[in-house]
Design a protein around this ligand. Structure first.
Ligand code: SF4
Ligand code: SF4
Length: 440
């Protein structure tokens, strides 16, 4: 590509920028490319928010940094060529023909951003519980004592904007049931304007035709709907609300009719073990993706009555045989690195403003009603101590013969055994069974 000095150029409007440790990280969601800018790059990038002739750009740079025109010209043209190559900038005349490409999470992009986030210490992905009430009463739900708490609209906006400043790119809204909030679409709109890729975890029962249309318009990345079985009576026996399956299924169809990406998440329990695979059939029928999860965890209050919903040994073996690929992808691969992404590249914010390392790790490291997010993220004693842990700090795991078949989860250790350092028994059982199956 030849760059002429009189060409007018501009930023690609689809690019999302975050300032991280005085540098700017640009993300192009269309081709999953990243680009770092230092302070002089940020100066040029700011000028590119409006259409500008390359020659004027060079002159402005020259004035700012008091350097001679020839060397500046070479440097700026090289900079522009690099940005052009991956479409971070475009010719101004291209802008009106440009297709909108909303921020969207992809595994490929996550694989690039996550190690950078851990190195530069920013929360690339945050999950926000915007309400802790729900219209269903799922038998296994970890939220026990519903406090009827919600962050106000102003507070949610503040959290979103604090996360943007902390370098966050991906947001997941969860509950309770997020669609119980009358202002939920307004919240999505706000986050979308800030360039977040947005996922929603919902039971789907409140998604009407008009809500599905709005979600499609707002370019939500993906909605995850919990489905326990495609046999209505089984699904409803988990949610304890008759007719919930019918409503969730209708939501899946409405969303798919509007081309919204839908993912069906199925937690496997003794109650749905014999029919959980029908969720896969439903996914196929509706064009959704699906995945299974195991095990049912203790409630966040510490109550362990949910253990009775876990699979027996025979069922567990069958589960591993049937889901080998999915089970294997979670094995620990890097024994010398941090145990997982919790508190490093990801974090969770509860409906009462509590910050925890991840949604399944209920160790509160700060509260947004008392401190700004960035202060908690950078200064929390608990978080900073947790971040440096590796498998070799976990007494039982470090020399365990099941380690390579295990997904060690410090959150589960903390929740079920009271300490990050004590291996959760259910994980050990799962790893034991997995080793047995995979080695035979
Ligand atoms: S391994 Fe456990 S604590 Fe770590 S991110 Fe996953 S669920 Fe959270
Ligand atoms: S099986 Fe248990 S002790 Fe062994 S690595 Fe997994 S959690 Fe740790």
């Amino acid at each position: 590509m030849t760059i002429k000095l009189d060409s007018e150029i501009i930023r690609n409007p689809n690019i999302v920028t975050r300032i991280i440790n005085s540098k700017a990280l640009l993300v192009n969601y269309e081709n999953n490319e990243l680009f770092w800018l230092n302070s002089s790059g940020i100066f040029l990038w700011d000028l590119l928010s409006k259409s500008i002739q390359i020659e004027i750009l060079i002159k402005k740079f020259q004035r700012k940094y008091q350097v001679n025109f020839q060397s500046t010209k070479q440097e700026v043209v090289k900079f522009i060529s690099n940005l052009f190559k991956e479409q971070f900038i475009i010719f101004s005349k291209q802008k009106k023909f440009l297709k909108r490409f909303p921020p969207s999470f992809s595994d490929k992009l996550w694989d690039k951003i996550q190690p950078i986030a851990e190195k530069e210490k920013f929360p690339a992905l945050a999950e926000i519980e915007i309400i802790d009430q729900c219209n269903l009463s799922c038998i296994h739900c970890y939220v026990t004592k519903k406090k009827k708490t919600i962050l106000s609209f102003i507070e949610v906006k503040s959290v979103i904007s604090q996360l943007e400043k902390a370098g966050c790119f991906f947001l997941t809204f969860t509950g309770g049931e997020p669609f119980l909030r009358k202002d939920f679409l307004k919240i999505i709109y706000y986050a979308e304007k800030k360039g977040f890729s947005i996922d929603i975890l919902s039971n789907g029962t409140l998604i009407t035709s008009s809500v599905a249309k709005e979600i499609a318009k707002l370019k939500v990345n993906r909605i995850q709907i919990s489905v326990y079985s495609a046999i209505p009576i089984i699904h409803d026996s988990v949610t304890k609300i008759n007719g919930s399956f019918r409503k969730s299924k209708s939501a899946i169809k409405l969303l798919r009719d509007n081309k919204v990406k839908v993912h069906l998440a199925c937690l496997v329990m003794s109650l749905n073990f014999s029919t959980y695979k029908t969720v896969g059939d439903l996914a196929k029928e509706t064009g959704a993706s699906w995945s299974v999860a195991y095990p049912v965890r203790a409630r966040h209050s510490g109550e362990k009555d949910t253990y009775r919903l876990r699979l027996n040994k025979q069922q567990l073996k069958q589960f591993v045989i049937d889901n080998e690929k999915e089970v294997c992808q979670y094995f620990i691969k890097e024994f010398n690195n941090s145990i997982c992404h919790a508190g490093l590249a990801i974090c969770f914010i509860s409906a009462i403003g509590g910050v925890t390392p991840c949604v399944l790790f209920p160790m509160q490291v700060g509260n947004l009603h008392k401190e700004r997010f960035i202060k908690i993220w950078r200064k929390s004693f608990l978080l900073n101590n947790f971040r440096v842990l590796t498998i070799s700090d976990l007494p039982k795991c470090k020399s365990c013969k099941f380690l390579e078949f295990c997904r060690v989860c410090p959150g589960l250790n903390y929740l079920e055994e009271g300490s990050v350092f004590k291996s959760a028994k259910i994980n050990c059982q799962f790893a034991r069974v997995t080793k047995q199956i995979l080695e035979n």
